[in-house]
Write a protein that binds this ligand. Structure first.
Ligand code: NI
Length: 157
Protein backbone atom coordinates (compact mmCIF):
# COMPACT_ATOMS: atom_id res chain seq x y z
CA UNK A 1 0.00 0.00 0.00
CA UNK A 2 1.11 3.51 -0.64
CA UNK A 3 -0.20 7.01 -0.24
CA UNK A 4 -1.17 8.75 -3.46
CA UNK A 5 -1.07 12.47 -4.12
CA UNK A 6 -4.51 14.07 -3.84
CA UNK A 7 -5.23 16.39 -6.76
CA UNK A 8 -6.37 19.88 -5.85
CA UNK A 9 -9.21 21.96 -7.35
CA UNK A 10 -7.97 23.48 -10.59
CA UNK A 11 -6.24 20.25 -11.69
CA UNK A 12 -7.83 19.39 -15.06
CA UNK A 13 -8.11 15.70 -14.11
CA UNK A 14 -10.92 16.65 -11.66
CA UNK A 15 -13.05 17.87 -14.57
CA UNK A 16 -12.95 14.71 -16.67
CA UNK A 17 -15.52 11.93 -17.03
CA UNK A 18 -14.14 8.61 -15.73
CA UNK A 19 -14.18 5.32 -17.62
CA UNK A 20 -16.05 2.20 -16.58
CA UNK A 21 -13.96 -0.53 -14.91
CA UNK A 22 -14.13 -3.75 -16.96
CA UNK A 23 -12.17 -6.06 -14.66
CA UNK A 24 -10.50 -5.96 -11.28
CA UNK A 25 -6.86 -6.85 -11.87
CA UNK A 26 -3.85 -6.45 -9.54
CA UNK A 27 -3.45 -2.83 -10.58
CA UNK A 28 -7.04 -2.00 -9.63
CA UNK A 29 -6.73 -3.85 -6.31
CA UNK A 30 -3.59 -1.87 -5.54
CA UNK A 31 -5.34 1.39 -6.52
CA UNK A 32 -8.27 0.63 -4.18
CA UNK A 33 -5.90 -0.19 -1.27
CA UNK A 34 -3.98 3.02 -1.91
CA UNK A 35 -7.18 5.08 -2.14
CA UNK A 36 -8.36 3.77 1.24
CA UNK A 37 -4.99 4.47 2.83
CA UNK A 38 -4.89 7.95 1.30
CA UNK A 39 -8.45 8.74 2.46
CA UNK A 40 -7.80 7.60 6.04
CA UNK A 41 -4.48 9.44 6.21
CA UNK A 42 -6.27 12.65 5.11
CA UNK A 43 -9.13 12.08 7.61
CA UNK A 44 -11.64 12.05 4.77
CA UNK A 45 -14.94 10.18 4.56
CA UNK A 46 -14.71 9.58 0.83
CA UNK A 47 -12.32 9.60 -2.09
CA UNK A 48 -12.86 9.09 -5.82
CA UNK A 49 -10.22 7.72 -8.23
CA UNK A 50 -9.89 10.97 -10.24
CA UNK A 51 -8.80 12.68 -7.01
CA UNK A 52 -5.63 10.60 -7.20
CA UNK A 53 -5.36 11.19 -10.95
CA UNK A 54 -6.93 7.94 -12.18
CA UNK A 55 -9.90 8.30 -14.54
CA UNK A 56 -11.75 5.15 -13.50
CA UNK A 57 -15.19 4.79 -11.94
CA UNK A 58 -14.09 3.80 -8.43
CA UNK A 59 -14.88 5.43 -5.10
CA UNK A 60 -14.04 4.55 -1.51
CA UNK A 61 -15.92 5.80 1.54
CA UNK A 62 -16.05 5.37 5.29
CA UNK A 63 -18.63 7.39 7.20
CA UNK A 64 -17.65 5.69 10.45
CA UNK A 65 -19.09 2.24 9.78
CA UNK A 66 -16.15 0.65 7.95
CA UNK A 67 -14.78 0.92 4.45
CA UNK A 68 -17.06 0.82 1.40
CA UNK A 69 -15.58 0.27 -2.07
CA UNK A 70 -17.80 0.99 -5.05
CA UNK A 71 -16.88 0.16 -8.63
CA UNK A 72 -19.03 1.54 -11.49
CA UNK A 73 -21.58 3.00 -9.05
CA UNK A 74 -24.95 4.34 -10.22
CA UNK A 75 -27.68 6.09 -8.26
CA UNK A 76 -31.00 4.22 -8.56
CA UNK A 77 -33.27 6.27 -6.35
CA UNK A 78 -33.22 9.41 -4.22
CA UNK A 79 -35.71 11.11 -1.95
CA UNK A 80 -35.98 13.96 0.50
CA UNK A 81 -33.57 16.79 0.95
CA UNK A 82 -30.79 17.75 3.34
CA UNK A 83 -28.97 21.05 3.53
CA UNK A 84 -25.57 21.08 5.12
CA UNK A 85 -21.90 21.85 4.88
CA UNK A 86 -19.76 19.81 2.53
CA UNK A 87 -16.03 19.69 2.05
CA UNK A 88 -13.64 17.84 -0.24
CA UNK A 89 -10.09 16.51 0.09
CA UNK A 90 -9.39 18.23 -3.25
CA UNK A 91 -10.21 21.59 -1.66
CA UNK A 92 -8.70 21.28 1.80
CA UNK A 93 -9.69 23.52 4.67
CA UNK A 94 -12.84 24.77 2.95
CA UNK A 95 -16.55 23.96 3.16
CA UNK A 96 -19.80 25.25 1.79
CA UNK A 97 -23.51 24.56 1.98
CA UNK A 98 -24.89 22.06 -0.52
CA UNK A 99 -28.40 20.63 -0.84
CA UNK A 100 -28.46 16.86 -1.39
CA UNK A 101 -31.11 14.14 -1.22
CA UNK A 102 -31.56 12.79 2.31
CA UNK A 103 -31.92 9.22 1.01
CA UNK A 104 -29.98 7.52 -1.75
CA UNK A 105 -30.15 4.00 -3.13
CA UNK A 106 -27.28 3.04 -5.41
CA UNK A 107 -25.86 -0.02 -7.11
CA UNK A 108 -22.22 -0.79 -7.71
CA UNK A 109 -19.87 -3.66 -8.42
CA UNK A 110 -17.68 -5.03 -5.64
CA UNK A 111 -14.12 -6.23 -6.01
CA UNK A 112 -15.42 -9.55 -7.44
CA UNK A 113 -17.41 -7.51 -10.00
CA UNK A 114 -20.66 -8.68 -8.37
CA UNK A 115 -23.49 -6.13 -8.37
CA UNK A 116 -24.51 -4.92 -4.91
CA UNK A 117 -26.95 -2.34 -3.62
CA UNK A 118 -26.51 0.22 -0.89
CA UNK A 119 -29.00 2.49 0.82
CA UNK A 120 -27.97 5.49 2.86
CA UNK A 121 -29.39 8.51 4.60
CA UNK A 122 -27.85 11.72 5.92
CA UNK A 123 -24.01 11.66 5.75
CA UNK A 124 -23.84 8.42 3.74
CA UNK A 125 -26.38 9.74 1.20
CA UNK A 126 -24.44 13.00 0.94
CA UNK A 127 -21.17 11.16 0.55
CA UNK A 128 -22.47 8.86 -2.21
CA UNK A 129 -23.74 11.87 -4.20
CA UNK A 130 -20.51 13.82 -3.68
CA UNK A 131 -18.20 10.96 -4.69
CA UNK A 132 -20.29 9.96 -7.72
CA UNK A 133 -20.20 13.56 -8.93
CA UNK A 134 -16.38 13.29 -9.01
CA UNK A 135 -16.67 10.40 -11.51
CA UNK A 136 -18.40 12.76 -13.93
CA UNK A 137 -15.93 15.58 -13.40
CA UNK A 138 -17.99 17.61 -10.94
CA UNK A 139 -16.95 19.23 -7.67
CA UNK A 140 -19.30 20.29 -4.86
CA UNK A 141 -18.11 23.86 -5.40
CA UNK A 142 -20.36 23.98 -8.50
CA UNK A 143 -23.39 23.35 -6.26
CA UNK A 144 -22.55 25.52 -3.28
CA UNK A 145 -25.19 27.92 -2.07
CA UNK A 146 -23.68 30.98 -0.48
CA UNK A 147 -20.04 31.54 0.41
CA UNK A 148 -17.34 28.91 0.78
CA UNK A 149 -15.77 29.30 4.21
CA UNK A 150 -12.66 28.15 6.03
CA UNK A 151 -12.89 25.10 8.25
CA UNK A 152 -10.83 24.85 11.40
CA UNK A 153 -10.06 21.30 12.39
CA UNK A 154 -9.89 20.44 16.06
CA UNK A 155 -6.69 18.92 17.34
CA UNK A 156 -6.90 15.15 17.59
CA UNK A 157 -6.85 13.94 21.15
NI1 NI B 1 -14.63 15.39 -3.00
Amino acid sequence: MALRTIRILGDPVLGKVCKEVKEVNDKITELIDDMLETMYEANGVGLAAPQVGILKRIVVMDVGEGPIVMINPQILETSGEQIGDEGCLSYPGKAGQVTRPNYVKARFQDEDMEWCEIEGTELLARCICHELDHLDGHMYTEKVEGPIHDVKYEEEE
